[in-house]
Design a protein around this ligand. Structure first.
Ligand code: SF4
Length: 256
């Protein structure tokens, strides 16, 4: 008999962690994941992202990772309502904040940054609504998220658009040549979102990514210009482009 977990589990993602040990290990887990793919939590998956889903590959390689993210999805599905899902998410974010406070008391300089979905996506509008409530209720934590759930069966954009204050949320539309039409339509209606553009090469990304009024960057970690993690911090916290929504970002499948 399997028992559905009643708490959500955070992940130690080396690329995004907000606190790194002297030996370049992860000190605070600041990422949340769900199982990837259309079968699980990614209703907006495209053929381009399915071809090279690094998070999905990690699930396949590591049964413990698959078990953790599956447990998170089962817990949320068992919770069912927006209120119950928000309670689970809030408890997880509160535990993250407590870890940050403990580290701060020990003299660490901590940015309270939390990555929603290092793996997976918004699988339903109710689930997105639960996150919107938690983000609104937690102004002392900065969240960042990338999503393809802006087209097809699940469109989360109206939910985040309706938030009175998005100042603690950096929001990226994950897009590629397969969902470009829907992505352009979404960005037109929701100009506060940014591109996270996936292409075969950075040059392809530059050519494919529609123009916008913000600066465009090639992800420096993906391009091999900065390390995944060092004793000074993880790539994303040192870089800051996505957590701070500084501009549109291109990711290359071929890393060239
Ligand atoms: S652009 Fe910077 S913040 Fe965004 S994914 Fe790459 S390293 Fe992380």
């Amino acid at each position: 008999m399997t028992t559905t977990a009643t708490t959500l589990r955070r992940s130690n993602d080396r690329k995004v962690t907000n606190a790194v040990t002297a030996g370049a290990g992860v000190k605070i887990a600041n990422a949340f994941g769900l199982p990837s793919g259309k079968r699980y939590s990614c209703p907006g998956a495209t053929s381009v992202c399915e071809e090279k889903c690094y998070a999905g590959n990690l699930e396949n390689m590591r049964p413990a990772v698959r078990s953790l993210v599956l447990g998170n999805l089962e817990a949320l599905q068992a919770a069912g309502t927006v209120d119950a899902m928000a309670d689970l998410l809030q408890a997880m974010v509160d535990a993250f904040r407590k870890d940050c406070d403990n580290a701060t008391r020990k003299g660490w300089t901590i940015k309270r940054a939390f990555r929603i979905h290092w793996d997976g996506d918004f699988f339903s509008t109710d689930y997105a609504m639960a996150w919107a409530r938690v983000i609104a209720a937690t102004p002392d934590v900065h969240f960042w998220v990338y999503t393809r759930s802006f087209t097809g069966t699940v469109d989360v954009m109206p939910i985040f658009d309706a938030m009175a204050d998005r100042s603690n949320l950096s929001f990226y539309l994950s897009a590629d040549r397969d969902n470009v039409t829907a992505a352009v339509a979404a960005r037109k209606v929701y100009p506060w979102a940014r591109w996270a553009w996936l292409a075969q090469t950075f040059a392809d990304g530059l050519a494919e990514m529609p123009a916008s009024d913000v600066k465009r960057y090639a992800c420096p970690e993906n391009a091999g210009r900065i390390e995944l993690i060092t004793p000074k911090g993880s790539a994303c916290i040192r870089c800051g482009i996505c957590p701070d929504a500084r501009g549109d970002v291109i990711f290359s499948i071929g890393k060239r």
